[in-house]
Design a protein around this ligand. Structure first.
Ligand code: NAP
Length: 290
C-alpha cells in the first residue's frame, strides 16, 4: 500500500493550498479528487476578488494553483475516497486505490443549495449565480434579485445595492434568518425591494435569464438571479467520523484541528463565517502548518 506523509481529500483552493505548503515543507503529498480540479470556483466565469488577479476565470485560477502544487511535488490521485479509517497511519480507501498517510486534511468543500426548479442548471453562468461577490459586477447598473433570508442573502443584497440599479430580495418567510441589524440595514436601502413570503416558481429567458415568476404570479424583469439559500457541505465521507454542527459542517476552530490529532479540516466544509477563496486558501495554509 502506498504511504504518504500527507493525504489531502479535495482539490479545491483549500486542498491545493495545503498541498503547496506541505510539499514546500518537504513532505510527500497525495491529493484525492473525484470530480474536478478547483471545486466550486472552477465553474465561476470571472473571479475579481483573488489578490494579484484583477480578473481571472475560476478555471484558470484553479489550474494555476494546481500546477504550482504539482510542480512542487504533490501528486494527484483522480479517485473518489469512499472510506477513511483513522489511526496513527490513517487508511484512505478510494474507489480504485488504497493509501496510508500520517496526516490527513479534509478539504471536500460544499455545494450551494439549489432552488430545484426547472432550467436552473441551464441558466447557471447565464444570469443564475450563487455568489454575489464573485459575479455581482457583471450586472453593474442592472436589475437583479437575491433569493434567501439568511446572512448570505442579505449581505449579497446590500452588496449588490451598491452596484446595481435595483435589487429584489425574495424570502420565503416574512421574518429573516439573518442578523436583525443586517436585515434592518437592507430594509432601509432605497433600491432594495423586499418580496417576502414569496418563492421563485419559474425562470424565464431564452439564452439567459430575463424574468422570473414568483409563486403569487408576479413577474419580475431582471438581469440576474442570485440564489443564496444556504450551502450543503460535502461530508458524506466523515459523517460518522468527525463532529458536525447543526448545519452539517465539520466542527473545527481556526486551527483546523478535528478531534483526531492527525486529521485536519480546511475550507468550505469547516464551520466558519466567511466562505471565500481567500479564506479557503488561509485554511489550507493553517491545516498544512499544523
Ligand atoms: P442559512 O443561514 O442557512 O440561510 C439560508 C436561507 O435560505 C434561509 O433564510 C432559508 O429560509 C432559505 N432557504 C433555504 N432553503 C430554501 C429553499 N429551498 N427555497 C427558498 N429559501 C430557502 O445560510 P447562509 O445565509 O448561507 O449562511 C450560512 C452561515 O454562514 C450562517 O451561519 C450565517 O450566519 C453565516 N454567514 C455569516 C455572515 C456574516 O457576515 N456574519 C455572512 C454570510 C453568512 P428559512 O429562513 O425560512 O429557513
Amino acid at each position: 500500500m502506498n504511504h504518504y506523509d500527507v493525504a489531502i481529500i479535495g482539490a479545491g483552493i483549500a486542498g491545493l493550498t495545503a498541498a503547496i505548503y506541505s510539499s514546500r515543507a518537504g513532505k510527500s503529498v497525495v491529493i484525492f479528487e473525484g470530480e474536478g480540479i478547483g471545486g466550486q470556483i472552477a465553474s465561476s466565469p470571472v473571479v475579481e476578488n483573488y489578490p494579484a488577479y484583477s480578473e481571472i476565470s475560476g478555471m484558470e485560477l484553479s489550474d494555476k494553483i494546481y500546477e504550482q502544487a504539482i510542480n512542487l511535488g504533490a501528486e494527484l490521485e483522480f479517485d473518489k475516497v469512499v472510506e477513511i479509517i483513522p489511526g496513527k497511519k490513517a487508511i484512505i480507501k478510494a474507489e480504485y486505490s488504497e493509501y496510508t498517510a500520517d496526516k490527513l486534511i479534509i478539504a471536500t468543500g460544499a455545494k450551494h443549495r439549489h432552488l430545484g426548479i426547472e432550467r436552473e442548471f441551464d441558466l447557471v453562468g447565464r444570469g443564475i449565480s450563487y455568489c454575489a461577490v464573485c459575479d455581482g459586477t457583471l450586472y453593474k447598473g442592472g436589475t437583479v434579485a437575491v433569493v434567501g433570508g439568511g446572512n448570505t442573502a442579505v449581505t449579497s443584497a446590500i452588496y449588490l445595492s451598491g452596484i446595481c440599479k435595483k435589487v429584489y430580495l425574495i424570502h420565503r418567510r416574512d421574518e429573516f434568518r439573518a442578523d436583525v441589524e443586517l436585515a434592518e440595514r437592507a430594509k432601509n436601502i432605497s433600491n432594495i425591494e423586499m418580496k417576502l413570503s414569496r418563492t421563485v416558481s419559474r425562470l424565464i429567458g431564452d439564452d439567459k435569464i430575463s424574468q422570473i415568476e414568483l409563486n403569487d404570479g408576479e413577474i419580475l424583469d431582471l438581469d440576474a438571479l442570485f440564489v443564496n439559500i444556504g450551502q450543503v457541505p460535502n461530508t458524506e465521507l466523515v459523517r460518522d467520523l468527525l463532529n458536525l454542527d447543526e448545519s452539517g459542517f465539520i466542527i473545527a476552530d481556526e486551527s483546523c484541528k478535528t478531534k483526531y490529532d492527525n486529521i485536519f479540516v480546511a475550507g468550505d466544509v469547516r464551520t466558519k463565517v466567511a466562505r471565500q477563496l481567500t479564506t479557503a486558501a488561509a485554511d489550507g495554509t493553517v491545516a498544512a502548518l499544523a
